[in-house]
Ligand binder design. Structure first.
Ligand code: KG4
Ligand code: ZN
Length: 353
């Protein structure tokens, strides 16, 4: 079965052709980093305009690279949740139009779930369930127990910023360009991670939930050299929006290393608890933050008993191959969606049980 995947949840316009959920015939990703860089983050209105401009050329390119005509496609899979609502609607309406015009079935895919599937489709052999799944991206931080494709129990999630968002915000405070994760990782390589005693946040009574906003604020306080506590919410917000702070390069590296260590530590700690609690020996990881080599090192050192399954190159950041791949399984499990399929801005993998 040939599946055309469409992804426009945020700031990547992507399209892919995937055979039988696994074999990637083409995967085209047009990143908008250049567009949003000067604003230090994604500007939804600009993202939507760019999606409108380039989605059709991106679809054409994916079909051409796969050497497949649109008529030969068997299923259209589209990321319809979660994401920027305007951006989601552009991909969803394109998918519906193709489905209607060519009388092809349509299936909606959850983008967060697809990040986990990206690690699954990166393996050459099927994996044994149940396993632990972690989505570590710019928009989401979720820990789940995965019973099968499409069946998850939510174990923990962030109560404030997503982990990638925390990297991006700390990078902004340090005056680094967007997206901040790779920039922080590069600086951290030259820094002393023990210089600043940053601590990841804990959520009372919920050991598998994450909190990163306090960590980000601790970095801000450190850089400002003063405690903003007591100045009120508005003052902190104002301070956070300031673009740059005078800070020398070696201190920048130490701050980046100390922040990164604390943020990644919280992932490693929770992964160990989750694996023990669910008696799982395999863990799937997805999302942009899985590109971080320090994370890969820390987790494999802390959990040598866990089989860690990472997305391969091209499948960790937002892409449409994971959408097409997961769409294939959903279609086989529950048949097509109708043209009433809706976009939803915020919807995680599953509700807490
Ligand atoms: O999964 P993704 O493409 O987008 C979302 O669905 O959100 O992830 C993008 C996020 C950004 O926040 C980016 O800073 C982060 O992944 N990221 C990293 C690294 N590479 C990308 N964070 C830490 N270390 C990296 N090497
Ligand atoms: Zn994503």
């Amino acid at each position: 079965m040939l599946v055309l995947g469409i992804e426009t949840t945020c700031d990547e316009t992507a399209c892919a052709v995937v055979r039988d959920g696994h074999e990637i015939l083409s995967s085209v990703i047009s990143s908008q980093i250049d567009l949003h860089n000067e604003y230090g983050g994604v500007v939804p209105e600009l993202a939507c305009r760019r999606h409108v401009d380039i989605l059709i050329p991106v679809i054409d390119e994916a079909l051409a690279k796969a050497q497949i005509s649109l008529e030969a496609i068997d299923l259209i899979a589209v990321a319809h949740e979660p994401g920027l609502i305007g951006a989601l609607l552009i991909g969803l309406n394109a998918a519906k139009s193709i489905s209607l015009a060519l009388n092809k079935p349509l299936i909606g895919v959850n983008h967060v779930e697809a990040h986990l599937y990206a690690a699954y489709m990166s393996q050459s052999h099927p994996i044994a369930f149940p396993c632990i799944g972690a989505v570590l991206s710019g928009g989401h931080t979720n820990l789940v127990q995965m019973h099968a494709i499409g069946h998850y129990t939510l174990l923990g999630q962030t109560v404030d910023d997503a982990i990638g968002e925390a990297f991006d915000k700390v990078a902004k405070i340090l005056g680094l360009p967007y997206p901040g994760g790779p920039q922080i990782e590069a600086l951290a390589r030259h820094g002393n991670s023990k210089k600043y005693p940053f601590k990841p946040g804990n959520v009372k009574g919920r050991p598998l939930d994450f909190s990163f906003s306090g960590l980000k604020t601790a970095v801000l306080y450190t850089i400002k050299g003063q405690n903003l506590n007591g100045l009120g919410k508005e003052a902190s917000k104002e301070a956070l929006s300031e673009k740059q702070y005078a800070i020398d390069q070696s201190d920048k590296c130490d701050i980046a290393a100390s922040f990164q260590q604390a943020a990644l530590r919280s992932v490693v700690d929770r992964a160990l608890i989750a694996a023990r609690q669910c008696q799982c020996d395999t863990m799937l990881l997805g999302g942009g933050v899985t590109n971080n080599q320090a994370l890969r090192r820390m987790l494999s050192e802390a959990a040598p008993q866990l089989k860690l399954l990472w997305p391969s190159a091209g499948l960790s950041l937002d892409n449409a191959a994971m959408i097409a791949g997961l769409g294939y399984h959903h279609y086989r499990q529950r048949g097509p969606d109708t043209l009433h399929l809706q976009a939803q801005a915020s919807k995680g993998i599953t509700q807490r049980v």
